[in-house]
Design a protein around this ligand. Structure first.
Ligand code: HEC
Length: 123
């Protein structure tokens, strides 16, 4: 919850360092904040923090389109920080966000591998 309360500040910090980078490296796909709401995401600890942090720069769909292991999500967060100037989130806040990402956006099962995968099965 601590991170959530600092989000307005984080968003400011993110946009300040983001604008020059955007000019050089192309921009994040455009989206309207109204398109997506935190309530659309599965309810779990870390939901607000993850949505708030990641949508400071781009649509959540860019995140939810991916399915990755916790390690790969960790690399993605590092990449967002190093390449795109996302605030460097460490410690408990990082764990909270990584747990949320790894639980709700796990690697997608390869189409061939297990054959049929019941979309209603609990993850
Ligand atoms: C400071 C701005 C910023 C923040 C905050 C940010 N991103 Fe990004 N992210 C970007 C930009 C810009 C792109 C698109 C350009 C690119 O792919 O390099 C992007 C693209 C992505 C992609 C798509 C990569 C691909 O292969 O197409 C993923 C996944 C992603 N971000 C995950 C995250 C997650 C998860 C968070 C929150 C923990 C996050 N981002 C927060 C700037 C940001």
């Amino acid at each position: 919850m601590r991170l959530f309360h600092c989000l307005p500040m984080l968003a400011l910090a993110a946009s300040a360092s983001f604008i020059p980078a955007q000019a050089q490296q192309g921009s994040a796909p455009s989206f309207t904040p109204k398109d997506e709401q935190v309530e659309d995401l599965p309810e779990a600890p870390g939901r607000e923090e993850t949505f708030g942090l990641c949508t400071a720069c781009h649509g959540y769909r860019l995140v939810s389109n991916q399915g990755m292991t916790r390690d790969k999500w960790d690399e993605t967060i590092t990449w967002m920080t190093e390449r795109h100037g996302m605030p460097d989130i460490q410690g408990a806040d990082r764990d909270l966000i990584l747990d949320y990402l790894a639980t709700h956006h796990p690697p997608k099962a390869p189409a061939r591998a297990g054959g049929f995968r019941n979309p209603f099965a609990p993850q």
